[in-house]
Design a protein. Structure first.
Length: 215
């Protein structure tokens, strides 16, 4: 119950910050939203995109799911929650940036790395994270014989690249990228080091965006 009490007190603080006194931001947001950036992040409680980037309400349109994965374009009769949010962000809100935000110690990727294809995790999780199976197979081939820890980290990063590729399978998204109206970014938050990395196509790997606080 203490957890819920803390959250209600948190809402009072939010209300005080944004609805009393200086309410200029929400006087605009009451009318509508115009976020310029879509973040696709993990559901992990430690990786809150708004908190990590100091974003204000209205700044980020956010999709969160297990292991921050983007499925490929599949216009069929299925229920495609991620694709629906993606469509809204790109076609209606016309965001200018999409950030796929991965992270270290990702439970979804750890589950994928530790399972074999015959042993799926849970009713839904195993099937969902199997989207990143190509990243897993690539890492296992490239880093054969390396430690599990190293392979898992590499898979977390490769899965971000896979999601960036899958984003481009959506034709209306690819069109906007080609027209330079939309930029794609792959970011990796290293929880242990408090560091932010980004995928660099030029370097064909991850480079530091914000150095960590720990050596
Ligand atoms: Zn995660």
């Amino acid at each position: 119950m203490q957890d819920i009490v803390k959250l209600i007190a948190g809402f009072r603080q939010f209300q005080k910050n944004y609805f009393r006194g200086d309410s200029e931001l929400f006087s605009q947001l009451k009318v509508g939203q115009q976020p310029k950036t879509l973040v696709i992040g993990c559901s992990d409680s430690r990786v809150d995109p708004s908190l990590l980037t100091g974003a204000d309400p209205g700044d980020l349109f956010i999709i969160r799911n297990v292991a921050n994965l983007v499925p490929p374009y599949e216009p069929d009769a299925g229920y495609h929650g991620v694709s629906a949010a993606l469509e809204y962000a790109v076609c209606q809100l016309q965001v200018e940036h999409i950030i796929v935000l991965g992270h270290s110690q990702c439970g979804g990727i750890a589950g994928l790395m530790s399972s074999d294809c015959d042993c799926q995790v849970g009713e839904f999780i195993g099937k969902w994270v199997s989207l990143a199976e190509p990243a897993k197979l690539r890492v296992q081939e490239e880093l054969a014989g390396k430690s599990e820890q190293l392979q898992t980290r590499a898979c977390e990063q490769a899965a971000i690249m896979l999601s960036l590729d899958n984003l481009l399978s959506f034709p209306w998204l690819q069109q906007r990228v080609e027209a330079q109206a939309l930029s794609l970014h792959g970011w990796y938050f290293d929880i242990q080091r408090g560091e932010l990395l980004r995928y660099s196509p030029e370097a064909e790997g991850y480079v530091t965006l914000v150095p960590g606080t720990n050596p």
